[in-house]
Design a binder for this molecule. Sequence first.
Ligand SMILES: C[S@@+](CC[C@H](N)C(=O)[O-])C[C@H]1O[C@@H](n2cnc3c(N)ncnc32)[C@H](O)[C@@H]1O
Length: 282
Amino acid sequence: MIGEKRALKYRINWKDARQAILKERIGGPGLRFDPDIKTKSAAEFSKRIKEGEYEYGRKAAAIFSGFLNPSAHVLEIGPGPGTVTVPLSKKVGAITCIDLSLRNIAHLEKNLQEASCDNVDVIHKNWLRTDDVELKDGYDLVFCSHFLWMIPDLEEHLEKMENASRKYCAIVQPAGRGGLVKEVYARITGNEYAGEFEPDGDYFAYVVLREWGRLLNVSHFSFTNTMTLEEKVHSTASFVGRFVEVDEGVAARIRELVLPHAGEDGTFVETNDVVVMWWEVA
Ligand SMILES: C[S@@+](CC[C@H](N)C(=O)[O-])C[C@H]1O[C@@H](n2cnc3c(N)ncnc32)[C@H](O)[C@@H]1O
């Protein structure tokens, strides 16, 4: 249900900053060291959320439970392997998910089955191509998690979310980054780290929604991630690869730089913050 937007005499120019960040994230030289990196990273991410017993999703679902009715019908945009979907499905009536990646949907369906989640409907579609007339006011909650950088036009995304909701919308977004990736970036590029990897999607959404006059409830939680050496190399390469081509030599250098930071059992444990914003649309 789309509410009125307020008129403002002065506005913050957030669009240029967001555009510049998007360009850096999308147009980078990339990862050449492993042609299967995308398939491997999706599998590693799915494995990691399960090994962490869906801590991120459980904490997000606990916040949603504070305002949602247990029979609520939820629309999730970009569920990935089910980071939030799996734990949330135990707390609501039904979830409809829309994701455009068949690779991620395969992990999602496997994880839903393993966790006996039988109230989740998965739709393979580009969210930006969904029909607003068909979706209008269809759900009690419309939310996305770790998604804001996936779409070029933030306002279009937020308008579509509000259109599909008859009650609430929510955004869950990572809000912290460990120091190691920044250190590796500096060592490999020879540039001082200047904020290239700050997980800052949430504050653009906050500005837009406040411009529209929405009153946001903001909270946060932290969660812990554990990675193997190869997972750490892949994850670090995905950041560094925005600025330098990661070929086999660069990947080996990343491995060498991260290795001394492994724990006694050879894993990398990192605790990060996550912001949750939710608002009533009606
Ligand atoms: C970074 S993952 C986040 C996964 C999960 N929500 C989480 O919090 O871990 C983003 C997901 O959004 C999906 N996605 C990206 N653009 C999309 C679009 N336009 N329509 C539907 N899904 C999209 C991707 O395929 C991916 O599964």
